[in-house]
Design a protein around this ligand. Sequence first.
Ligand code: BES
Ligand code: MN
Ligand code: ZN
Length: 464
Amino acid sequence: MEIKFSQDFNKEVLVINMFEGEKTEQELANTYAIEKDGFEGKLGQTYLLHTYGQIPAAKILVIGFGKKEEFNGNKMTEAIAKAIKKLKQIKAKTACFSLNVGLKYGKEAVIGAYIGDYAFDKYKTEKEHHLNEISFYGISEEDINEGIIFGEAMKFSRNLVNEPAEYATPTKLAELASSFEGLNTKIYNKDEVEKMGMGAYLAVARGSAEPPKFIHMKYSNGNPKKRIAIIGKGLCFDSGGMDLKPASSMLTMRDDMSGAACVLGVMRALNTIKPQDIEIHGIIAACENMPGQNAYKPGDILTAKNGKTIEVDNTDAEGRLTLADALCYASELEVDEIIDIATLTGACMVALGTVASGVMGNNKELIEKIINTAKESGEKYWELPMFDEYFKGLKSDIADMKNTGSRYGGASAAGMFLKEFVSENIKWTHIDIAGTAFLEKPQGIFIYGSTGAGVRTLLNYITK
Ligand code: BES
Ligand code: MN
Ligand code: ZN
């Protein structure tokens, strides 16, 4: 779908907005939708009418924006996504959105258009109906272009997660990372990873025939006033390893690289956004967790890059092992901030459902900034505790720590585990997207599959 900025009302459908209890800018809509049919304009409601030659567009679609005083960017995203879904349903090819919102929320409108239009039908013989072109009027052109960057980043990330593990291998992620323009990218192969002393990450990778790839992308522009590392969990498939998952839990485990897909989507967009005076490192320790003949075993003792030893209590708690080495690597870069994003624990999903992502970290201010940015970006993040007791549960008789403890409080225990591998003088935040990254059934404006979790929040955080 092509998105343009123009006042080209000569489209198949003219889409206009209506605030609850107010009139629209089109007399036809006021007469039919409001007066005759009592259309209320509640958020996300739509009303379609034929114009029979009275205006250039063949149809008018009225979209409800809800109460004017409650309207905001997130509601814009929701309303536009719903409008696009309706346009697809009536098999429209072109539409012009004429929005009466005082030039605001253009970026959020375009993001909504991308979400409403999204389908993963690459492998279907019969494709879904898609719009060819839409244009926006009444919001700023600059905002629209920013929305396109965000929309494309989300789409890229969602596609990569939805792809089968057979396609989205560690090698594929490395190839993609290397193909992005405007970045300085280094891929470390197994031998180099070994030389760097990443014993925890390598142990996880050992059971798979797919070779691990440690990916480090670097963006730098001007005189960096701030240096940030974003780390994505990149388990291209998580079978659980020797502690094999039951079939029903394994089914969607191609999504265990959603953190990596988020980081890739964000890094790919930086060359277009070109944020100033900042340095951003995108880091992914990509591999698969498989029970092959070389697989690591429960009871093994691993040594991470910072020298700390870990007793393997459960091979299915693999994400934290790969992240441990990635966090050590990022700490050595001496950045100001580290943000990791990971489909880390089923426990986080039990606590927050598919609605919210869990946030932990070592710096209250950064945690709050990330949670607030998420709120403005249309995502819901919620802080989970990091009490010392959670780490006590990981006490090992033979190593510095175990990789798992009690089933209870599992998301916080995982957070405490990660903390062991971050330099204390670096601000760090961990985002657990286990519940939010991949939907097994549609939710709100999102269809089955990947949601692009984290992309909007991290892009906004970096560019603000
Ligand atoms: N990738 C999973 C976590 C997950 C669960 C992501 C559900 C998305 C949806 C992770 O590697 C895992 O298996 N965690 C275990 C940890 C346990 C063994 C302590 C879990 O949550 O069951
Ligand atoms: Mn696992
Ligand atoms: Zn996993």
